[in-house]
Structure formats: C-alpha cells, structure tokens
Ligand binder design. Structure first.
Ligand SMILES: Nc1ncnc2c1ncn2[C@@H]1O[C@H](COP(=O)(O)OP(=O)(O)OP(=O)(O)O)[C@@H](O)[C@H]1O
Ligand SMILES: [Mg+2]
Length: 258
C-alpha cells in the first residue's frame, strides 16, 4: 500500500501534497534528505519518529515557511520552486495549523481567539459569527466561548486552537505534536477530534513521537528517522469503536492486547 501511495505521485488529481526528492539543509546540517511521498485529498496521516528526525521540518515545508534546498514540494498545485512570495498567503489560507503549545492570545476570549483568524482574511461579520459558532460547537466549547484561555484545561485550550485552525474551512489541517502537552486521556480526545475533522473531508497530517498514539492509530503512518522517510504504512481502517484506545489501557491494564 505504501509503495502504491508513493506511485500515485504528483500527477494524480487526488494528490493534495507531494514531496519529490526533497532535501532540506539548515546551513551545514541536512535535516531531510531525499524524501518522496504523496498525500491524497481527505487522507489522515500520522508522521512519527524520534526527536530531531525531521517531523516539524516536513510540516514547515508544507506551509512553505521553509523551502527545500533540493527537490520540490507541491501543495494544492502550488510548486515550491515556482512559488512567488505574493502567493504564500493564498497557500496559507488552504492550511490550518495547530501547535504543541496551543499559542492562543491570552488576553482574548475563546470566541475572539477563533474570530480573529477570520479578520485577517476579511470574512464579513455575519459569516464570522456563523463560522465561530460552527467550529466552537464542533469542538464542544461554544458554552465556554467567553472564557479566557487560562480559565480552560490544556485539552480545552488545544480544542480552541483546533477550532481556530478550522474556522476558515482549510483543505488541510496540520498539527505539530498536538498532544505533546497533554495527559493520555486528553490526548486521545484530541486524536478523536482530529478523526471527526477528517470525517468531514479535511486532509489531516499530525506529528507525534508518542508510541502509544502511533500503536493505536489505524490509518497511514509515516516514520521519519535521521531526515529520511524509513517507512510509510497504510494500516487497516478499524472501526473506531473496536480500535484499542489509550483510555482502555489506562483503565483496564489487565486486558491483554496484541
Ligand atoms: N532553525 C534550525 N536551524 C538549524 N537546524 C535546525 C533548525 N530547526 C531544526 N533543525 C535541525 O533539523 C533536524 C530536524 O528538526 P525537526 O525540528 O524537524 O525535528 P522533529 O522531528 O520535529 O523533532 P522534535 O520531535 O524534537 O520536535 C534536527 O537535527 C534539528 O536540530
Ligand atoms: Mg518537532
């Protein structure tokens, strides 16, 4: 399946992100070398690997915050080697981004944190209100819309960050270690929320170095090590009610799982 995914290539009309023999160097040091893969519209992908492997670099190449030193990155038909600076805001509107440390505006309410992301792109007021209501309802926080971030739990803050990333209905949601600051139960809730977002048709790509999350993740898993893509595996899509979960292991440690 992995080989098939790679063969689909950038010319497949379903391809939304593709890397073509990408090398990334930070001054003298190679962070990624010869990385090639394609992601199809609507896929849900976990990118994993040890610290320093290159996970964040892959995500930053997709937002074209960084450009490859060799090879090509293509996102929604926009090609890194031909990208004009003036087109980058257009690309960024197609992508929502979630960080490990939430990065909310501490002096703004939950509502304003989410609404703000639309001001930047000039959404009219009536549509803004509707969109904020839609995404905050989706993440289960509409009733806490008047709170400040510090009045929320870590998991709730991350849900606000996800709502903010989704408010402009991006085609792609990128999340860099979205569960890195959360306990296992809350982490699973965030993964479940990403599943629901993916069910709605958004392509989701998240990074993690949490083995427990990777073990139970029943979709595509890409492993990066020392700057190379060492494995790209399409797992069986499990019915999520049957899939082993972090929470099961926490509450039923005696249950044997393979
Ligand atoms: N701004 C930078 N300048 C120089 N080297 C960098 C820079 N950012 C990352 N690197 C190096 O590039 C490599 C890949 O880093 P990257 O942040 O992509 O790894 P990662 O897999 O996200 O790691 P982590 O799990 O710790 O977040 C590392 O060796 C890192 O030291
Ligand atoms: Mg990282």
């Amino acid at each position: 399946m992995a080989a098939e995914a790679i063969q689909k290539g950038p010319l497949d009309p379903r391809t939304i992100i593709s890397f073509y023999h990408v090398e990334l160097r930070y001054r003298d040091q190679a962070a990624l070398s010869d990385v090639t893969f394609s992601i199809t519209n609507g896929e849900f992908v976990c990118i994993t690997g040890p610290s320093g492997a290159g996970k964040s670099s892959v995500l930053r190449l997709i937002t074209m915050d960084l450009f490859p030193t060799k090879g090509q990155v293509v996102v929604r038909g926009m090609v890194s080697t031909k990208m004009k600076r003036s087109r980058i805001p257009h690309l960024r509107r197609e992508i929502g981004f979630v960080f490990q440390d939430f990065r909310l505006l501490e002096d703004r309410s939950v509502y304003d944190n989410v609404a703000f992301a639309q001001l930047v792109v000039g959404v009219p007021k009536a549509a803004r209100i509707k969109n904020v209501m839609r995404v905050l309802t989706q993440v289960g926080l509409w009733n806490k819309r008047d709170r400040l971030p510090q009045q929320l739990s870590g998991g709730e803050q991350q849900r606000v960050a996800i709502a903010r990333a989704m408010v402009n209905s991006p085609k792609i949601l990128l999340a860099d270690e979205p569960t890195g600051n959360l306990d296992p139960v809350t982490a699973q809730e965030i993964i479940d929320l990403l599943f629901r977002i993916n069910d709605g048709g958004t392509c989701v790509l998240f990074s993690t170095h949490d083995h427990e999350i990777v073990k139970t993740f029943g979709r595509r898993v890409m492993v990066v090590k020392d700057g190379g893509l060492v494995s790209d595996e399409q797992r069986r899509v499990l019915d999520r009610d049957q899939a082993p979960r972090l929470t099961d292991r926490m509450y039923q440690p005696e249950v044997q799982r393979d």
